[in-house]
Each structure stands twice: as C-alpha cells, then as structure tokens.
Design a protein around this ligand. Sequence first.
Ligand SMILES: [Zn+2]
Ligand SMILES: [Zn+2]
Length: 325
Amino acid sequence: MRALFFHKKPKYSRDYPTPKRAEGEALIRVLQAGICNTDIEIVKGYMPFQGVLGHEFVGVVEEGDKTWIGKRVVGEINCPCRRCEYCRQGLGNHCPNRKVLGILGKDGAFADYLTLPMANLHELPTSVSNLQAVFVEPIASAFRILEQVDTGPNDKVAVLGDGKLGLLVAQVMAGTGCELTAIGRHPEKLEILARKKIKTRLVHEGPHQKFDLCIDCTGSPKGLELALDLVRPMGKIVLKSTFASPVPHWFGAGGERLNLSQLVVNEVVLLGSRCGPFKRAIEALQDGAVEVTALVTKVYNLEEAIKAFGLASRKGVLKVVLDMT
Ligand SMILES: [Zn+2]
Ligand SMILES: [Zn+2]
C-alpha cells in the first residue's frame, strides 16, 4: 500500500506492507487524514517513533465484525492492554503498555490502510463530512479540558495560541459560556474566532488582565511563560502543547531560565491535558458548535505526502489534510 512513514526522516513508499488486523481489530481503509503538530514534533524527535505517521483520520471498515463492515468511522488512538491496573480502573489512555496510533508502537493513518481495535471506533453520522471528521480527534482533545476543569459563566478564561489546536479549543471553551479571550499572534487567524463572536486579542495588546484559567495551545515552551504571566493567584494553567524540547532548554523572553517559583508563590495549579471524548466531538461538529472548514489550509493527494508535510511544518499554516481516495 501507499504510506508516508518516518525512519530518520519522513519517507513515501508505494509498497509499504498492508497491516494485518489482530484479534478484536478492524482493518480500515483510510479516506482522509490530518497532519497534526504532534506528527511534526515526532519528526523533530519528540517520540522515538518509527513507522507510518498520522492519527487524525476518517475511514471505512473493510474487515472486522459484521456489524462494523462498510461503516464510516473515526477511531480513538490509544490502544490499551485492557489487563493492567490502569486499564482495570478504566484509565486505558494511561495504560503503561499502550500503543498509540502513529505515535507509539503502532503504524498510523498516513496510508491506504490502518488497523485499530473495534472498541476504539465511532461510527459517523452522514451529516459530518470526511473533511470535518478529520478534526474529531483534536476536538476531542479540546473537550478533555472540560472533563478536567470545571468552567462556568463567571470564569475568565484565556486560550493562548491561534494555531490549529488553539482555534478548536477556543470554540469548545466558548460553549461553556465562560468569559473567554483568545490570545494569538496572527490577526487573520484570530479573525476566524472573531467571526464566531469570540473575543480576541494579540499577545502584546490590551489590558493586563488576570485570568482564572489559561490554556496553553501555543505548541511552544514560551506558552507556559505567557500563561504564568496571565494567570491569577490560585488560578489554573492547562498545558495542551507537546514538543520535542526538553525542559532544561526552556528560556524566558530575556534569555533567562523559566522561573517556576511563580507557580509556587501564586499557588497556581498546572495541569497536563491530552486525549478526550470522541462522542462529544462528533456532536459538536453535528450541531455546528465547532466550525472547522476555515481551518483547512490545503488538501493533498497521499502521493504528495512529502510536499504536504513540508507545507504543514511551515509557520502560520493551519490544517493540511491528506486524501487517499
Ligand atoms: Zn493530533
Ligand atoms: Zn493496560
């Protein structure tokens, strides 16, 4: 099959071995897949992964239980062992033996076929298009924040970063009715949110307001520094960014090491946040709560995967999608 895989660098192959499904798994023909910052960070060395990249996809089940065959699906990316202590408590996303599609020990979605446990699959309603469905995984990860932090109409919330994830997180947070400000560096991207009546501002602009909750979607170590500056004492910071730079290399704007004592002095809660509920993400697309079409920069044929990857890695580019059909 055709595949974009990573081995020291991203490579394209026309005869990559088609995956064989294990017990309980489905074989899925991929229709479209989105390139995510995580894919770009893997290429920079964020995870020691080798194999087919990609974890944001929509596809059709070709092999598996009868009830699944022919269904158009998206799939949760964590494949837990279902036996360990974490799995027994329903915390499969944190299973220490897990494989993660296109990220850890399992070939991903930038190919004609992938396999996933049928337990991970969600059937798509016809009202959600393929292109929209590619966003289910990152929207689910935005909804994860609402499982972790109680947010209501009286909370002042800042979403930092106007990249792919920031634009999705801001839309999801807007649904809580909180007092939301989306903060970024690109007026043309913030405009996508302003059209949805979300308050926006540029990083170095506006009142130096303090927020109850700051959500870092900048994809950069600088985001934490900004969040520390914007969060009120005893407020919360949620980190959504994963990147290849290890902590000792984090520097503040003045070139000095990041000063984490602000966390201690202000008793700020720092929270990591990763994968979330697919069901809510599909519903948000269905009822129009989250709008994604403005986030698509370009759709490439799988054959042009290397070119697509190059574009996706460029600063300022939003979602680049691979089409396998
Ligand atoms: Zn992703
Ligand atoms: Zn487990």
